[in-house]
Design a protein around this ligand. Structure first.
Ligand SMILES: C[S@@+](CC[C@H](N)C(=O)[O-])C[C@H]1O[C@@H](n2cnc3c(N)ncnc32)[C@H](O)[C@@H]1O
Length: 480
């Protein structure tokens, strides 16, 4: 070997191979599992994938890992555990409060699946009326799970006599008193079948906000048939890219055409670059928006004027605070028929973790583009405290109800976010606030906006479950 090569070989560090401490999966399969939405497979594959991700076949001491499946209603025979020891329990919704694992002397389970699918309206009633029973059931699940182990909740929204009840959010919110809420995966089905939520919980203390008691929700008939959409937005132009987070016009057009007639007024209290207005004008509606940032309001005016052509008097952009939205809408744009909007996702654009790991944010910094909306104190993206953020936002949406007739729909596009390892379910908490006792809205269903055009990142690979959250909630609420 030549001297230079020998010197290089002696100083080269030994190649480190990443150890997979969580499961026996290939890195490719791991990465695919991190995507927060997926096409729902049959039960056997669904269970198999979960068991494969959340357990190794053998524990460090050489014993076979143990998996518990607890199902409501009928036992699902398709389940098998790929070489792990499988235990099964069935519990009826009315017995949830009394359920305890029967054996007194047992090794804790390594992974638990609680399958609440198919529990129907009985479970919705149980959760709404008997929250203590559900908490007790979850405490019992925690008691048989090893420290640090994962438990997943499978559930779907259920049809009740009043309307569609968001069972998955209620279960996962109640679970926060017992487990740490990690995040969720959404199993999409064809046509208008309700998606399956896979809520991931971990047996470690919670480090985010916990609800003492959940309110009784006002629910109604779904506003929109689509349970999920995957728009293919065209790349953003030079002006649009200046804004850190716009939504695609294609998404909004779907809602506008389904929920309003031609000539109707569409409103957005946090209009950003004017996407709502562009979508409304493209479908022959009128548009009015409010936006706090002067740069964004200016960009919106330019974009909307281009889209409107000679359709003068059909749009209006107000530069101001959405807290005063009702006063900022000119008389010619009242009443509003439909409101659609996306708020800042709390202070997520300030999250230092995100700036390091998110290539979009890093690339924006490198190009000198803004990574937050503004420095203004009035900007909802700069509110420090999470509960204060939810309260402020809810009061803005209450003002929107002042300019809409009963029965009109407000669609809020948002996401459940992670911040410093805790989960902040903005979507659920907003609905609980706006549609709870005394709230001015009723919950009328969710359409998931699934972002298939964003690359996957290998967060936590080999060490921990950290998903890529690529689904946004489009929450449809009806004015009561
Ligand atoms: C997620 S962005 C909306 C983007 C918009 N949907 C689009 O497609 O361009 C949220 C917007 O809310 C604005 N905003 C934050 N606080 C506000 C407030 N108090 N009043 C009005 N707008 C506000 C921000 O400036 C930002 O443009």
């Amino acid at each position: 070997m030549p001297t230079a090569q020998r010197a290089a070989a002696s100083t080269a560090k030994p190649k480190r191979t990443l150890e997979n401490r969580v499961n026996d999966m290939s890195w490719r399969d791991w990465l695919l599992f991190q995507k927060s939405f997926f096409a729902l497979p049959g039960d056997e594959v669904l269970y198999g994938d979960l068991v494969q991700f959340f357990t190794k076949r053998l524990a460090p001491d050489g014993r076979t890992n143990r998996v518990m499946a607890i199902t409501v209603s009928d036992w699902r025979p398709a389940i098998e555990a790929h070489g792990r020891m499988l235990f099964r329990e069935t519990v009826a919704p009315q017995d949830i409060g009394r359920w305890r694992y029967g054996e007194t002397d047992f090794t804790p389970f390594d992974f638990i699946v609680v399958d609440m699918r198919g529990s129907g309206a009985a479970m919705a009633e149980q959760v709404a009326a008997q929250q203590g029973d559900v908490r007790r059931f979850l405490d019992n699940c925690r008691a048989i799970l090893k420290e640090g182990g994962f438990c997943v909740l499978l559930s779907q929204e259920v049809e009740t006599a009043a309307g569609r009840f968001p069972l998955p959010w209620m279960l996962a919110s109640l679970a926060r008193g017992t487990f740490r809420l990690r995040d969720e995966r959404i199993g999409l089905q064809a046509d208008d079948a309700a998606p399956v939520y896979v809520n991931v919980l971990q047996a470690i203390p919670e480090n985010g906000p916990v609800h003492e008691a959940l309110p009784t929700l006002h629910v109604g008939a779904p506003a929109i048939r689509e349970q999920w959409v995957k728009p293919r937005p065209k790349p953003r132009n030079k002006k649009e890219i200046l804004h850190p987070a716009k939504f695609p016009e294609e998404l909004i057009q779907t809602f506008v055409t389904e929920l309003t007639d031609k000539g109707a007024v569409v409103f957005d209290p946090m209009g950003g670059t004017g996407s709502t207005a562009v979508a409304a004008l493209a479908t022959d509606r009128k548009a009015v928006i409010v936006e706090l940032g002067d740069t964004w309001a200016e960009i919106a005016r330019g974009r909307i004027a281009d889209a409107a052509g000679d359709a003068r008097g059909r749009w209006h952009v107000a530069h101001g605070d959405a807290r005063k939205a009702a006063k900022l809408i000119p008389a010619a744009f009242r009443p509003v028929s439909y409101t659609v909007t996306s708020p800042p996702y709390w202070r997520i654009l300030h999250n230092p973790g995100m700036h390091v790991s998110d290539e979009g944010q890093k690339a924006r910094q490198a190009k000198g583009l803004r990574t937050t909306y503004s420095e203004s104190k009035a900007d909802l993206g700069n509110v420090q405290d999470y509960q204060h953020f939810i309260d402020e936002l809810a009061s803005i949406y209450d003002c929107c109800a002042d300019v809409m007739a009963p029965g009109c729909v407000l669609t809020i596009v948002t996401k459940n976010v992670k911040y410093e390892r805790a989960q902040y379910p903005i979507a659920w908490d907003l609905v609980l606030k706006l549609c709870g006792e005394g709230g001015r809205f009723e919950y009328a269903g969710t359409t998931f906006w699934c972002q298939d055009d964003v690359g996957l990142k290998p967060f936590g690979m080999g060490c921990d479950w950290i998903s890529n959250i690529l689904h946004n909630y489009c929450l449809h609420l009806r004015v009561r």
